[in-house]
Design a protein around this ligand. Structure first.
Ligand code: HEM
Length: 452
C-alpha cells in the first residue's frame, strides 16, 4: 500500500509545514492560553465570525479571564476581569495609537498629530466648553424634528438616525459644509452605512475581499477631501465662531486629514445614534420611568405643546434623563476597547507578549455585580441602587464603567455626546407621546450586533 501522490507533491510541503507550525508552534509557558485552528492565518476567524459572543464566552469558561484568540494573522488577547482591565488601560506599555490609529485607521505616520488632536478635542469638548455647541445643536435638532410631522408610526432607530445624522454633521462641520442637497445627503448616508456595516472586517481584512466596503470608503474619503477644500476656501467673518472641524484643520498639517475626518465622523455618529436609540427604547419600555421623566420635563417646561428652547444649563434640571443615558450605555456598550502590547505585560500569572492586540469588553465589565448590583436590569435611579447620582454631579464616571473607554485615550467626545443625547430625548419626549408597538429588541445581549 502506497501513499497517494499528492501527499508527496513537493508543492504541498510548505503548506504542510505551515499547518504543522500553527498546530504545534512552541508556546511560551507564561503566555495566556491560545485558541486557534489548523487553518493558517485565518485561525479561529470562522468560529468567531459565526457567533462572536458565544465563542468568547466559551473561551472564557474554558481558559479563564485571560486568553488569546488567533484570527486573520493577529493575536487578540482578551482580558475579562475589571481590575485587570483598569490596570491595562493605565499602563504605558499598552498603546492606543498602535492598535487603533495605525492598525484600524491606517494612519501609520500620523500618531503624534492624532494624539495632539485628541487632547485638543478633549479640551474643546470638555464640560466647561459645551455651551459653545448647545445653541447650534438645539437649532439643528429643532429643524430636523420639525420635518417629522405631528404623528405617525416609525422605526425608532430610523427616527433617531434621521435626526441625529444631519445634526451632528452640521454641528461639527458647520452649516454650509457637507452634502448640500437631498440626493447627495442620501448618497452620503448610504455609503456611510455600508462603511459602518462591515467596519469590523474592513479594518482587519485586505480591502480586496470587501469590494462594497472599499468602494464606500473611497467615496467617503473623496467627499471629505472636498469638504476640507471648501472649508479652507471659506473666509469666516469676524462674528462667525469656528466649528470643531475648523479648529481641527487649523491644527492638522500634512497628509491624512480626510482619514482623520472620517474617523471623527464615524466615532461621533455610530455610538451616539445607537446610544440615543437604546436610551429611548429603555425609557419607553419602562412605564414608571417614562412617567417619572415626563413629570420632570413638565416641571421644567410646562405642559407639552409650548415652543421650548433647551440650553445646556436647563439639562442640569433634568438629571433623570442623564442617568438613563448612562444606564442604557452600560447595558448596550458595543464592541471592544483596544490597545497594543508594546512590551511584555504581566496580567495575573501570565505575560502577554509584545505585538498582541489587547481587548477589553465593556459588555463583560458592565455585568460585574461587584461594580453594578443586579447588572442585567435597567435601573437608572431605583432607591438603594443609585448607580450614577453622586458621580455625575462631579462629572466623573463610576469605576468599572467603560462605555467611553479608559485611561488617557478615553473618548474625547463623551460629554458632548451625553449632552446631544440628553437634548434629543427632551425634544422627542416633549413633542410626541410614544407607544412602543414591538418589544425592545434583545440585541443588547449581543454586543457585536448592537449597531444594526
Ligand atoms: C454615546 C456616544 C459615544 C460613545 C459610547 C463613545 C465611545 C468611545 C469609545 C469606547 C472610544 C475608545 C476609547 C478608548 O479606547 O479608551 C471612543 C473614542 C473616540 N471617540 Fe467616542 N464615543 C461616543 C461619542 C463620540 C462623539 C460625539 C465624538 C466626537 C464629537 C467622539 C469622538 C471620539 C474620538 C475622536 C475617539 C478616538 C478615536 C477612535 O476611537 O477611533 N465620540 N469613543
Amino acid at each position: 500500500m502506497g501513499f497517494g501522490p499528492s501527499f508527496f507533491c513537493p508543492a504541498s510541503t510548505p503548506i504542510l509545514g505551515l499547518i504543522m507550525y500553527f498546530l504545534f508552534q512552541p508556546r511560551n509557558p507564561n503566555s495566556p492560553p491560545c485558541v486557534s485552528s489548523w487553518i493558517p492565518w485565518f485561525g479561529a476567524a470562522f468560529q468567531f465570525g459565526k457567533a462572536p459572543l458565544e465563542f468568547l464566552e466559551q473561551a472564557r469558561i474554558k481558559h479563564g479571564p485571560v486568553f488569546t484568540v488567533y484570527i486573520l494573522g493577529n493575536r487578540l488577547t482578551f482580558v475579562a476581569e475589571t481590575e485587570d482591565a483598569l490596570e491595562l488601560l493605565r499602563t504605558k506599555e499598552a498603546d492606543f495609537d498602535e492598535a487603533v490609529i495605525c492598525n484600524i485607521w491606517n494612519l501609520k505616520n500620523r500618531k503624534n498629530i492624532m494624539l495632539k488632536l485628541c487632547v485638543y478635542m478633549l479640551r474643546q469638548l470638555s464640560p466647561s466648553n459645551l455651551h459653545q455647541f448647545s445653541e447650534t445643536l438645539w437649532d439643528e435638532f429643532h429643524e430636523h424634528v420639525d420635518h417629522l410631522g405631528k404623528e405617525g408610526t416609525e422605526d425608532l432607530n430610523e427616527l433617531v438616525r434621521q435626526v441625529m445624522f444631519p445634526t451632528i454633521m452640521k454641528t461639527l462641520f458647520g452649516k454650509s459644509f457637507g452634502p448640500t442637497n437631498k440626493s447627495r445627503t442620501e448618497e452620503f448616508e448610504r455609503h456611510f452605512q455600508n462603511f459602518d456595516d462591515e467596519f469590523e472586517f474592513g479594518s482587519q481584512m485586505p480591502e480586496f475581499f470587501l469590494r462594497k466596503w472599499s468602494k464606500s470608503k473611497t467615496w467617503l474619503l473623496t467627499e471629505f477631501e472636498r469638504i476640507v477644500t471648501d472649508i479652507k476656501k471659506h473666509k469666516p467673518s469676524e462674528s462667525d465662531s469656528k466649528t470643531l472641524v475648523q479648529h481641527v484643520l487649523d491644527n492638522f498639517h500634512g497628509n491624512g486629514v480626510a482619514n482623520f475626518l472620517l474617523l471623527l465622523f464615524w466615532a461621533s455618529q455610530v455610538n451616539a445614534v445607537s446610544g440615543a436609540f437604546w436610551t429611548l427604547a429603555f425609557i419607553l419600555s419602562h412605564p414608571s420611568i417614562y412617567k417619572n421623566i415626563m413629570e420632570e420635563i413638565v416641571s421644567v417646561y410646562g405642559k407639552a405643546g409650548n415652543k421650548i428652547e433647551v440650553f445646556e444649563d436647563d439639562l442640569r434640571k433634568l438629571p433623570s434623563i442623564k442617568q438613563c443615558i448612562l444606564e442604557a450605555l452600560r447595558l448596550t456598550s458595543p464592541g471592544v476597547i483596544m490597545r497594543k502590547a508594546m512590551k511584555p505585560i504581566k496580567v495575573q500569572n501570565f505575560v502577554i507578549p509584545p505585538g498582541d492586540l489587547l481587548l477589553v469588553s465593556p459588555y463583560w465589565m458592565h455585568r460585574n455585580p461587584k461594580y453594578f448590583p443586579e447588572p442585567e436590569i435597567f435601573k437608572p435611579f431605583c432607591p438603594g441602587l443609585e448607580r450614577w447620582k453622586a458621580n455625575l454631579e462631579k462629572n466623573a464616571f463610576l469605576d468599572g464603567y467603560f462605555a467611553f473607554g479608559g485611561g488617557k485615550n478615553r473618548c474625547p467626545g463623551r460629554w458632548f455626546s451625553i449632552m446631544e443625547t440628553h437634548m434629543l430625548v427632551v425634544i422627542l419626549l416633549y413633542k410626541y407621546q410614544f407607544t412602543l408597538l414591538d418589544p425592545v429588541p434583545k440585541q443588547y445581549l449581543d454586543p457585536f450586533s448592537l449597531n444594526s
